[in-house]
Design a protein around this ligand. Sequence first.
Ligand code: SAM
Length: 253
Amino acid sequence: MGRRLGQHFLHKDSVLHRIAEAACPDTEPLVIEIGAGTGALTRHLRSRAGRVVAIEADPILIGRLSEKFARTANLELVRGDVLETDLSQWGPAVFAGNLPYYITSPILRKVLDLGPLLRRAVFLVQREVALRLVAIPGTRDYGFLTVLARLSSEPEYLFTVPPAAFRPPPKIDSAVVRFTPLAVADRWGIDDPSSFLEFVGQCFRQKRKTIRNNLAGLFGKTLLDGTPEASQRAEQLSVGELAALYRRLRAQG
Ligand code: SAM
């Protein structure tokens, strides 16, 4: 079976139960599962949701899932690449999944970009990625992923999952992260998240360089020299400070 699809299946029932519970502390009308695999998490989610939409790219697994859940009313299986799927088509939903690690960042970006359609997300990711998602400014782990997560949500590190909980075991530890969306009014005054994230990507382009050096090709020298925050490295600025810098440079640039 294709390791290339990031297939490490969770078999530990207690971990599956905790993920489903974190995604649906109360019954949810709709949960969208990303990367349903063999359906182990799907089964737990179904018992906590009115309806589950399970997306899976591997046609062999979709075949097995259809057999396994043949007599299940509240489950819709979607065969396809999550990155090519319109995630807004089902309306407001909770998202959950043991993510294929090779595409964690684009999946997070897509889900966190759903705005008010995102009720909550609970994802199993590499522990190293989880630490980056919840990092604080000025630390080694703080970077683009942290800003991506904090721009529209409050990310929480829930618990660590060791390799032995999976078949086949991955080489690294994993961790469960919950994203609780921020109210629109709390999203740092950013009304164009895509271009703000482009800007943040540029600020972190070379982490050891100052923001001024990283942005030199995009904004004039005079403007950057007249902006004190630009003399710092991006990792020293909180999301609110990066947002304020972005608004200021955009207004004057
Ligand atoms: N949820 C299952 C579990 O915990 O046992 C499987 C998790 S496994 C880490 C990731 C799953 O995502 C695999 O079943 C894989 O086939 C699927 N997958 C990989 N790339 C995908 C993509 N682009 N779109 C949808 N599913 C994908």
